[in-house]
Design a protein around this ligand. Structure first.
Ligand SMILES: [Zn+2]
Length: 430
């Protein structure tokens, strides 16, 4: 009999707690009984309790407080809520084709795809995506980005719509945004508009070979201005040259980096520049859903042929990156239409195919990503004082990484959003 079936309290309690309104109440403490806890920073705890009060982790261990509501997670593995540093929550399909709403960086697509879709339909697809992403165990995502994301971010933050905590760049900047002075102005404008960070496109897509597009001067202007305003910068950069230029310009994170060399990884490690490899979900998802993208923008046969080859290229680059022990690797999937709610696949490819230690992959998706967002004092580990973003899965990912597909308990900010019997199938994402 699997361990979870020996914990009948897991099934019974949620109903009782919901009936009593306890799940949403912040006045009574909540106790999570945990058999195995991976704290997100490399520590393993056994047979302990996590006490949650006012949406935060109050303490770990000791005696359960009187009158607390209890969730028995003893047969599961408990970790901090996961962070996806690169998930395009608005991207979705409408009538079996890619919609243009919420797509940031592909101007030819705007007005071409998803023509007969209403704004409310588009928004509700994004809500679907937010919900399946949260239910999959991701309590924080960073979406880079489109103007539509702001209202969704704010509604989730108000507690109206279930979804991961969201950070957005709003509209990204590209080589077409203007000369350096104009870029500085646009960075200031994004901050005023409420962007959490700045997204830059410094190279072409992998479908087009990934050559540098923004000049070194563009990058210095944009990343320099952002830094002076306290904003982080995420840079789409495939070629080694573009990643090097972004690193030297003081940008925060390199996204994708398919063709980054050992020399540039060394430079990134030296500068503390984060690397976000996206090897496990985005290309696989494009190939699985080819007919829904084909013929739109640069999603042509040549582009798909490039993506097919790209899977091996990004995997090799990731293996190369792992050898640079000081390089900080964050966990982003680049989830687009069709991929939401499967953000955990990145874990599996990293560990199974890339050779990353499961504990390192978990730290990447929790404490390292939290640090890259500047949120290490709020999320990314199971420690007193942090927000109670906690997930539990059926199985132990240190022994079987596919356990990450079986998240059955999701708490964000002390509120339980999911508590399912293991094996229950979720609806797929749009
Ligand atoms: Zn992206």
């Amino acid at each position: 009999m699997p361990a979870y079936l020996r914990s009948p309290i897991l099934y019974v309690l949620p109903t009782l707690l919901l009936a009593a309104g306890l799940v949403n109440a912040q006045d009574r403490p909540i106790v999570l009984k945990a058999g195995t806890v991976l704290d997100g920073k490399g520590q393993i705890l056994h047979n302990t309790i996590i006490v949650v009060e006012d949406g935060k982790i109050a303490r770990i261990g000791g005696v359960a407080p009187q009158g607390a509501g209890t969730y028995d997670l003893a047969g599961l593995t408990v970790t901090p809520g996961w962070i996806d540093t690169h998930a395009h929550v608005f991207w979705h399909f409408h009538d079996g084709r890619l919609s243009s709403v919420g797509i940031e960086h592909l101007p030819p697509i705007r007005g071409v795809a998803g023509k007969d879709e209403s704004p409310s339909q588009a928004l509700l697809y994004a809500v679907d995506n937010a919900i399946v992403t949260l239910n999959a165990g991701f309590t924080t995502i960073q979406s880079p980005g489109s103007p539509e994301e702001k209202d969704l971010r704010d509604a989730i933050a108000r507690g109206i719509i279930p979804g991961p905590r969201m950070l957005t760049s709003l509209e990204p900047l590209t080589e077409q945004s203007g000369p350096p002075e104009k870029l500085r102005e646009l960075v200031r404008e994004r901050k005023q508009q409420g962007a959490d960070f700045i997204k830059l496109f410094a190279s072409k897509s992998i479908r087009e070979g990934g050559a540098q597009t923004m000049t070194d001067e563009h990058l210095r202007a944009a990343c320099g201005e952002a830094k002076s305003l306290g904003l982080r910068t995420l840079v789409h950069a495939h070629s080694a040259e573009s990643a090097k230029a972004a690193t030297l310009a003081g940008c925060t994170t390199i996204e994708h980096g398919a063709y980054v060399t050992d020399e540039v990884f060394d430079l990134m490690a030296k500068h503390g520049t984060y690397y976000d490899p996206n090897i496990g979900l985005v290309l696989q998802n494009y190939l699985e859903n080819k007919e829904k993208f084909l013929g739109i923008g640069n999603y042509n046969e040549q582009g798909f042929a490039f993506m097919e080859k790209g899977k091996a290229i990004v995997l090799d680059t990731f293996k190369k990156a792992l050898k640079h022990k000081d390089l900080k690797i964050v966990y982003g999937t680049d989830a687009v239409a069709g991929a939401h709610g499967r953000n955990y696949e990145e874990f599996i490819v990293r560990v199974r195919d890339g050779g990353q230690e499961p504990m390192a992959a978990l730290a990447s998706a929790t404490s390292v990503s939290a640090e890259s967002l500047g949120l290490q004092d709020k999320i990314g580990s199971i420690a007193p004082g942090l927000d109670a973003d906690i997930v539990a899965m059926d199985g132990n990912p240190l022994q079987d990484v596919t356990a990450v597909r079986r998240v059955v308990f999701v708490m964000k900010g002390g509120k339980v959003f999911e508590n399912l019997a293991p094996g229950t199938r979720r609806k797929g994402a749009q």
